[in-house]
Design a protein around this ligand. Structure first.
Ligand code: MG
Length: 745
């Protein structure tokens, strides 16, 4: 009861009918609340009549002394309202008015009051980092280990607990997925000592290191592959998938680690290669016969004088490192030259001198043909499958899922893969990183293609690989299990099957679900993601380690900001949603700064270096061959600028990451559907995060306008806010792209 005062109304003389009522006014809160009492003193009959329908009094009439109980309906508006109860002495028709006042609903702005972060990171948030473009420490423009170490404070403030590093090994490419030596590090990135120092410094900040391991293929520059190609008797022939006749060998089931290439999964190709020495060094005479529909070349060893290239030739040899050499027409459609030759691969005949290779201008050896024989006519082929004309060696083919520069590794029959030489050799290198360097886990590239899209084979392979690495990890003294996440880039139905082999896989459908929500269709987000998470119990260790890895995009996809139309409000909400969702979140380098980019002009444009300060110091542009979008990579997007702006995307990431590191409901809890939030339409995504008896309510309004929902639990303890939110009674109004988290238990 609020603000009551007493009124005494008197009738005289003493024996005449009289009436007094206390109080003269009653005040109610917006929700009505408990009944309040009026005390009537009288010697006669009286009545009570409210002037407003929301005022209720009982009894409505009486005689002599008595009491009456007053209640009000709920006032759903923000305005205070008032009315009266008229108390009438029947005998004299004299009325006393009691004022009834009811307050309006209080509207209060949500002001988050999270528990103070104690500095201990507990979430399992991983940062996908591209070594070549993260930070350059030595001024060569290429990212390096020391550059990363110098920026560990940045990663610490971002709340990340692990780094997934792009492949650290020697390579022939900038992206490094063609590994030329698994046993050491790329000297462009620093020394092994630098790598070890980075790992130690990261561990000091509670940041684990996951290496990217490419098990499906090596680079064609790997010594194993070079040895396999130089000698048909090389033991390294077993490390790769070779066949002299792929079609018949595959049909006969003679190729163990091969799922049929293009006919099974749409990827993969056989590449012709000469095994042994294909080249020649010495003086040779070439005679090309262009007189008939079939063209021939005849090569003979000679001591006659060598000639120079004919500058007005119409036919050429493409040979060794000499490039195009013009032939002399010695009779109609007969072209000849004598040359000093130094080639390690052979030669081709060409009918064009263009720098490019116009279609139909290349004449080589028919598929499957062996080397030329000196003095004998050799038939030329100008179909797309023609190969180099060689002087020695033998023709064979190797299989690659991705490109000729990435020959697939061969692990033999999957039932015995762990005993294959390639498995043992690569596992030994992994052991070294675990034992000697303290690496905490691996991200495994392209696991679907190890046995080309053959799920059961890949499952068993990955089980063997995981168990091997985990045993090494345990032997190194760790109590927990090693972490491993697979790139099983397939639909959820296939991807989830890889949990038979690995504790974590990337859920590639997640970004689609998150985008759908951010585009305003959010009501199914929670149930969709819960579905992904529930499907992913690691089937071999009781689920203790298992966590679904969730990311927006990675180095092989258009940037999240581009997918979101560079809408900063959506980018901020994407961060808030990812970091309040169950599973294991991954942040991809530059996402926290709002980097955009699409793959159309090259993958480098989605792998942009970090702009550390407004001047661009430490910016590793050369790591992506200087292929950067300078319209984006400006001072405004730099870490320095976003540091200073409290509302920047970077600071949104930091805030929500800190939240995830503070509350165990978020970092360790399970994501569950909620019945506590109703209304608001399709733009609302709401769920609960719970751990033991603790519980949080997470609500995101993904609309571009405000939305109001009813909330059936207490909103007294908000711990996070993005955008704006107000509470009125049990109604919550969230502004455009606004998010709020309440601690509810
Ligand atoms: Mg460098």
């Amino acid at each position: 009861m609020l603000g009551a005062a007493m009124l005494i109304f008197a009738c005289t003389p003493k024996d005449l009918p009289f009436l007094t009522v206390s109080h003269d006014s009653l005040t109610f809160e917006a929700e009505g609340g408990a009944a309040q009492t009026l005390i009537i003193s009288s010697n006669s009959e009286w009545t009570m009549t409210p002037t407003e329908s929301w005022i209720h009094v009982s009894p409505s009439a009486g005689s002599g002394n008595g009491t009456a109980s007053v209640i009000t309906d709920v006032n759903g508006t923000t305005d205070q309202r008032s009315g009266k109860i008229n108390v009438t002495l029947v005998a004299t028709n004299t009325t006393v008015a009691v004022n009834i006042i009811q307050q309006g609903v209080e509207v209060r702005e949500i002001v988050p009051n999270p528990a103070k972060f104690d500095g201990t990171k507990r979430s399992s948030t991983t940062y996908q980092l591209l070594i070549y473009s993260f930070a350059d420490s030595d001024g060569d423009g290429i990212g390096d280990f020391k550059g990363i170490q110098n920026k560990l404070d940045y990663l610490d403030a971002l709340g990340v607990t692990a780094l997934w590093l792009s492949p650290a090994h020697p390579t022939s490419s900038y992206h490094a997925y063609d590994v030329n030596d698994y046993s050491t590090v790329n000297p462009l990135y620093g020394t092994e000592a630098d790598f070890r120092a980075l790992i130690d410094a990261a561990h000091d900040k509670g940041i684990a290191i996951y290496m990217d391991y490419v098990l499906n293929h090596s680079g064609s520059g790997h010594e194993w592959f070079k040895a396999a190609c130089s000698d048909p008797e090389s033991p390294y022939r077993d490390y790769y998938v070779f066949s002299d006749n792929p079609t018949s060998d595959a049909a006969a089931g003679k190729i163990d680690n091969y799922g049929g290439g293009k006919t099974n999964g749409g990827m993969g190709e056989w590449h012709e290669i000469t095994i042994g020495d294909a080249g020649y060094k010495g003086r040779l005479h070439f005679k090309v016969d262009w007189t008939g529909s079939t063209k021939y070349v005849t090569v003979t060893e000679t001591t006659e004088a060598a000639q120079k290239s004919n500058p007005s030739a119409t036919r050429w040899l493409w040979i060794g490192s000499s490039g195009n050499v013009g032939l002399y027409e010695t009779a109609t459609n007969i072209f000849e030259i004598t040359l000093d030759v130094n080639t390690d691969w052979g030669f081709l005949v060409r009918s064009s001198n263009s720098d490019s290779w116009p279609s139909g201008t290349k004449y080589g050896a028919p598929a499957g043909s062996g080397p030329i024989k000196f003095g004998e006519k050799f038939k030329l082929d100008n179909s797309s499958s023609c190969g180099d004309i060689t002087f020695g060696g033998s023709k064979s083919y190797y299989f690659s899922s991705f490109s000729g520069s990435m020959p697939d590794l061969n692990y033999g029959k999957y039932t015995d893969c762990e005993n294959s030489p390639a498995f043992k050799a690569i596992a030994a290198t992994a052991d070294r990183w675990i034992k000697e360097f303290g690496v905490d886990g691996f991200r495994l590239d392209a696991v679907i293609w190890i046995y080309q899209n053959q799920t059961a084979a890949n499952q068993r392979f990955l089980q063997q690989w995981y168990d091997h690495c985990n045993a090494t990890y345990k032997a190194a003294g760790h109590q927990n299990e090693i972490f491993m996440v697979g790139e099983a880039w397939e639909g959820h139905g296939t991807e989830k099957q890889y949990y038979k082999g690995l504790p974590s896989c990337f859920e590639f459908e997640y970004w689609g679900a998150l985008q759908k929500a951010l585009n305003g269709s959010a009501s199914s987000y929670a149930s969709t993601v819960i579905g992904y998470l529930q499907d992913h119990a690691f089937e071999r260790t009781g689920g203790a380690l298992s966590a679904t890895s969730l990311h927006m995009t990675n180095h092989d996809q258009n940037r999240a900001a581009s997918d979101l139309g560079k809408d900063l409000a959506k980018e901020k909400q994407a961060a808030a949603m990812l970091l309040t969702t169950g599973g294991k979140p991954f942040i991809y380098q530059g996402e926290e700064l709002g980097y955009w980019g699409v793959k159309d002009n090259g993958d480098e444009y989605v792998r942009t270096p970090i702009m550390w300060d407004k001047a661009g110091k430490d910016c590793a542009k050369k790591g992506v061959n200087n292929k950067v979008d300078n319209n984006m990579l400006t001072a405004a997007i730099s870490v320095e600028s976003q540091d200073a702006d409290e509302s920047s995307l970077l600071n949104v990431y930091r805030t929500w990451s800190r939240l995830r590191n503070t509350y165990r409901e978020l970092y360790h809890g399970s994501m569950e559907k909620t019945n506590a939030v109703t209304g608001g339409g399709n733009s609302i995504a709401a769920w609960e995060m719970s751990f033991d008896w603790e519980e949080m309510l997470v609500i995101h309004n993904c609309a571009k306008s405000a939305s109001t929902v009813s909330v059936a639990v207490s909103m007294d303890n908000p711990v996070a806010l993005l955008g704006t939110a107000t509470v009125k009674g049990n109604s919550l109004t969230l502004g455009p792209n606004s998010s709020v988290v309440f601690k509810i238990r």
